[in-house]
Design a protein around this ligand. Structure first.
Ligand code: GTP
Ligand code: MG
Length: 260
């Protein structure tokens, strides 16, 4: 007998562009209430993963803390925070919550934290989200860090990229199936084909490269500007035009830069 299983018929659902337009009208967004909203059509869409990438100290974790506080403290929804660099600071959440007039303890209670110390642990994190936790937001701060630390050198690159893709697929599936919001942060590396004439976002590339691009809907590059200002730039979006917005890091987390 042939071992080949009989191929099941795959159902395909057709719709008109009008139907899609109607469906998209009902899509909910997480307004971050930060300048980031202006880059991505008003906020993060349900089922969407947004990436923030940039050099160390640029404010990626501060963005993560601000969004976690907004969802946990202001919206009262559960947040899953996968802290791959073990830099999560409850004290900072308390500061941001207080500055925004929110209850700091209630905010902390809604943030469910895992601090994986290996790529294996990170890989398991999404599968093992407890059933009683129904997150509205998942943050993965430092999504490539553990993979990068464990799979060093060119000879391990293919395996690293494969595992990273697998992790992102899990994340994306969870975010899409549960109609929630996803945020990842990522480090950069110097583009070996760089030249001083290239803009900074082409001189500093996100770690993981193409492995990430397929899973992530909007990618935002963060760079430092003068006097502590940060610039967020939407890079290569299929949906929105390239644009930049400045922001500052304050006791409220991240917020608009006040005009001088
Ligand atoms: P890596 O994780 O190292 O790649 O960096 P990152 O991009 O996550 O940077 P992070 O979000 O940790 O930002 C660090 C910057 O945020 C510091 O340079 C400070 O300027 C600012 N910052 C950190 N904590 C506070 C704080 O409590 N209050 C204020 N106002 N700013 C802070
Ligand atoms: Mg960080």
């Amino acid at each position: 007998m042939s071992k080949k299983k009989k191929k099941e018929k795959v159902e395909i659902n057709w719709k008109t562009a009008y139907d899609l337009w109607q469906e998209r009208k009902n899509i909910k967004r997480l307004e971050t209430k930060t300048p980031i909203d202006e880059l991505i059509g008003g906020g993060i869409e349900e089922g969407e993963v947004v990436e923030f990438y940039g050099e160390f100290g640029v404010g990626k974790s501060q963005i993560s803390f601000t969004l976690a506080t907004r969802v946990a403290g202001e919206l009262g929804e559960d947040v899953v925070f996968i802290d791959c660099e073990s830099t999560f600071k409850p004290e900072r959440i308390i500061e941001i919550a207080k500055a925004r007039g929110l209850d700091p303890e209630k905010t902390l209670q809604k943030i469910h934290l895992i601090q994986p110390i290996s790529a294996d642990e990170q890989m398991e994190a999404i599968d093992q989200i407890p059933k009683n936790i129904k997150p509205k937001l998942i943050v993965v701060d430092g999504v490539t860090t553990l993979f990068r630390a464990e799979y060093i050198g060119r000879e391990n690159l293919a395996e690293r990229q494969g595992l990273l893709r697998q992790f992102l697929k899990k994340l994306l599936t969870y975010v899409r199936t549960n109609k929630i919001y996803g945020v990842v942060t990522n480090q950069v590396y110097g583009n070996p084909e760089s030249s001083p004439f290239l803009p900074l976002e082409l001189r500093e590339l996100a770690v993981g490269g193409h492995s990430l691009y397929h899973a992530i809907d909007n990618r935002i590059f963060i760079r430092k500007a003068q006097h502590g200002t940060r610039i967020a730039r939407l890079v290569d979006s299929s949906r929105y035009p390239p644009a930049e917005r400045p922001f500052v890091i304050t006791e409220k987390g991240i917020e608009s830069k006040q005009e001088e």
